[in-house]
Design a protein around this ligand. Structure first.
Ligand code: ATP
Length: 241
């Protein structure tokens, strides 16, 4: 459904952040994209969502396609309309706006009825947000902010949801909750999920497939359960030796 073929991305004409990356996300699947800081994961997500600009990073080679159509060069809002939405690292909420206002931002192109249905879905998925609908987002906990960010992304009923480090800086119990939500989302809505994570073990536990990036390249990929058993993965990414 979403496919990257030999994608190369260069910053400032010099820094090769992504090298010959090929990756496939099938319909209704969860794919984990793993690797250390600076490996090129966020750059890959930015390229898919169209938010790399020539003065910043540039796709120098390769193809990105969605449902058989090329995406590269398409404006970010058109990519959202195709059904691909990203929850960026750091969540990027409007801190001065309430939970409900932030959620509504995710559905601003839709009809009032669609927005209402989107809100109902978000509150059903995150019951905790129901009591906080009029709370200013800046006052929420990190976990609650992440829930609003995911809820906002879901307002447009995407086919593909890309999550960049959704559990970064969250307490272990909240991380578990977020991973539970990811599994439930796929089950309930059939959305395909591309998950960038530092927490390799937890990500592979919910994913169908995994890709491991190092210095801009995919160095290993395969079924998530196989990667969880792989000796190198266990030693270098999961902390077992
Ligand atoms: P992190 O988890 O730290 O975000 P990452 O795997 O997502 O890591 P990227 O942020 O994609 O990695 O960075 C890949 C490489 O590209 C790094 O070497 C980084 O320094 C470089 N890079 C990222 N953004 C820019 C930019 N705007 N200008 C120049 N170089 C950049």
């Amino acid at each position: 459904m979403l496919a990257l073929t030999n994608v190369q991305i260069v910053y400032d004409n010099t820094i090769e952040a992504v090298r010959e990356v090929s990756l496939t996300l099938g319909k209704g699947r969860i794919v984990a994209l793993l690797g250390a800081n600076g490996a090129g994961k966020s750059t890959t997500l930015k390229a898919i969502s169209g938010v790399l600009y020539p003065e910043d990073g540039e796709i120098k080679a390769g193809q990105i396609s969605f449902e058989g159509r090329p995406l590269a060069g398409m404006a970010p809002d058109r990519i959202v309309k195709q059904g691909i939405v990203m929850v960026p690292e750091g969540r990027r909420l409007f801190d001065q706006l309430t939970v409900e206002e932030n959620l509504l931002m995710g559905g601003y192109t839709r009809s009032a009825a669609d927005s209402r249905r989107g809100l109902e879905r978000a509150y059903a998925l995150f019951p905790r947000l129901t009591q906080k609908r009029t709370t200013v987002s800046g006052y929420l906990s990190g976990g609650e902010q992440q829930m609003v960010a995911i809820g906002r992304a879901l307002m447009s009923e995407p086919k593909v949801l890309m999550l960049d480090e959704p559990t970064l800086g969250l307490a272990p119990q909240i991380c578990e909750e977020i991973f539970g939500i990811i599994t439930r989302l796929r089950h309930d809505s059939g959305v395909s999920i591309l998950l960038v994570e530092q927490n390799a073990q937890a990500a592979l536990a919910v994913a169908d497939e995994g890709y491991i990036m190092e210095n801009g390249r995919i160095v290993l990929d395969g079924p998530a359960d196989k990667l969880l058993r792989n000796e190198d993965v266990r030693e270098f990414y999961l902390g077992f030796s």
